[in-house]
Design a protein around this ligand. Structure first.
Ligand SMILES: [Zn+2]
Length: 466
């Protein structure tokens, strides 16, 4: 496996801290609103990484947190009159159901910041004692000048770093950041702490949760891979890395991975532009797997431009996989074609080279179709193809829908019921040897843009795809 490491800015051979094991931490969402396409893309990118590592024989421990205490959540509380728990548990459920719709597997652990408050307080106390943190009127701050390696992850220019951090003028240095915010008069959420009641800042959570749930305590790094969106590289990841390094004496992660942004029709995605921002909006008209395949098809580090035209092209490509799944019409496999499997995995092991991997799938589909056109009864090939498709499903999380249902996606319930009923009437007519009526029903279905096929397992049907 080779991975592009943001820290060294190059592709490196992946050498795990412990043989055959990988520890991955990915920064999760702040749960105050629904997931948007950027969340979907990041989740799919790291879900792919996890699946590829597993397919390559690694035992993977995958942790992704929920930031369930934050200014944005507090704002939502005062707007809605709801409690912190009501808001965060609602959006966590929504998030998990959206992720499930795009076949993103649940992490092994999903820690919440509010469940680690005691650990966060102890951690900050230790940073204060070791003089890596200092107390001001409004909170506890991290002293970045004490870390000689500060900015070694993001390679941010020091002046830019200073300019980008919002400043409290009493800070020792404008790039210092808050670890703990002291309670203000109208704050509804406050935790007791010896250095002053308040609540944690954002960056500290991840360092503490990694330390609590994932970190090696005896190695030169705490975990193998730390991931997130490119927007997290600075300041979030830089600050996480710095705190962890100062607290534990070792570096946080050996490899830092960042996924690119999502744009919509070449515009920055934003709520104010109203450009189908939320994942739930896309899922209203689109099956999650079609969206997954589309979001997956651009390399994770590149920026992704979402457009309906590209989505249609992408779907046509996925159609071919389902067309083959339907054609082979077997329900069990033999074993994956060795050559295909090795080429496909090799591509993905090269920093998740998805374009190459997908082109090997296209090639496998074309070759199989060609062969089956001249040898339609080649059962061995059909079984091997079944296994190939199963392997693809396992690694890419696509191809999981029933092949007959796939070609009925996007057809509304009413029409579906009508079609099912017409097909039933037609079978009945055929049973009665009333072929005239059966043909008439077929014509009626054709008018509805429904095509039917009679198979040994009964009649199956398809809607017309665009
Ligand atoms: Zn984080």
């Amino acid at each position: 496996m080779h991975i592009y490491n943001s820290k060294t800015r190059q592709k490196e051979k992946f050498v795990p801290l412990e043989k055959n094991k990988v520890k991955i931490y990915v920064c999760g969402p702040t749960v105050y609103d629904d997931a948007h396409l950027g969340h979907a893309r990041s989740s799919i990118a790291f879900d792919l990484l996890r699946r590829v590592l597993k397919a390559d024989g690694y035992e993977v421990a995958f942790v992704k947190n929920y930031t369930d205490i934050d200014d944005k959540i507090l704002k939502k509380m005062s707007q809605s009159g709801k409690s912190l728990g009501e808001i965060t548990s609602y959006y966590i459920d929504r998030y998990e159901s959206d992720m499930n719709a795009i076949n993103v597997s649940l992490p092994d652990i999903t820690p919440k910041a509010t469940e680690s408050i005691d650990k966060i307080i102890t951690y900050i106390q230790e940073l204060i004692e070791k003089e890596f943190a200092y107390i001001l009127e409004d909170g506890v701050y991290f002293d970045t000048s004490k870390d000689k390696e500060y900015l070694s992850i993001s390679h941010m220019n020091i002046d830019d770093a200073r300019a980008r951090v919002d400043s409290n003028k009493d800070k020792k240095d404008s790039k210092d950041f808050v670890l703990w915010k002291f309670t203000k008069d109208n704050d509804e959420v406050s935790y007791k702490a010896s250095f002053g009641d308040g609540r944690p800042g954002w960056h500290i959570e991840c360092s503490v949760m990694i330390d609590e749930h994932l970190a090696y305590k005896d190695k030169e790094y705490q975990i193998d891979i730390h991931g997130g969106g490119a927007d997290l590289l600075f300041p979030h990841h830089e600050n996480e890395a710095s705190q962890s390094r100062c607290h534990s004496g070792v570096n946080l992660a050996k490899y830092w991975m960042h996924n690119g942004f999502v744009q919509i029709n070449n515009e920055k995605m934003s709520k104010s532009l109203g450009n189908s921002f939320f994942l739930k909006d896309s899922l209203e008209t689109l099956d999650g797997e079609i969206l997954r395949y589309y979001l997956l098809s651009t390399h994770y580090r590149a920026n992704f431009n979402y457009s309906l035209d590209d989505l249609k092209i992408s779907k046509k490509r996925l159609d071919k996989l389902y067309r083959l799944k339907k054609k082979i019409a077997v329900k069990s496999g033999s074993s994956t074609n060795k050559k295909f499997k090795s080429k496909f995995l090799k591509a993905l092991k090269d920093d998740l080279n998805i374009s190459k991997a997908l082109s090997f799938i296209d090639e496998m589909i074309n070759d199989t179709n060609q062969h089956l056109d001249s040898n339609p009864k080649d059962k061995a090939l059909k079984k091997e193809t079944f296994s190939n498709l199963e392997f693809i499903s396992e690694v890419l999380g696509i191809g999981l829908i029933d092949e007959n249902l796939y070609f009925q996606l996007g057809i509304d319930k009413e029409l579906k019921q009508k079609v099912e009923s017409l097909i039933e009437q037609r079978s009945e007519a055929k049973k009665q040897k009333d072929f005239e009526k059966a043909d008439k029903i077929r014509d009626e279905l054709t008018v509805l843009n429904i095509s039917i096929q009679d198979t040994p397992a009964g009649t199956v049907w398809e809607g017309e795809s665009e």
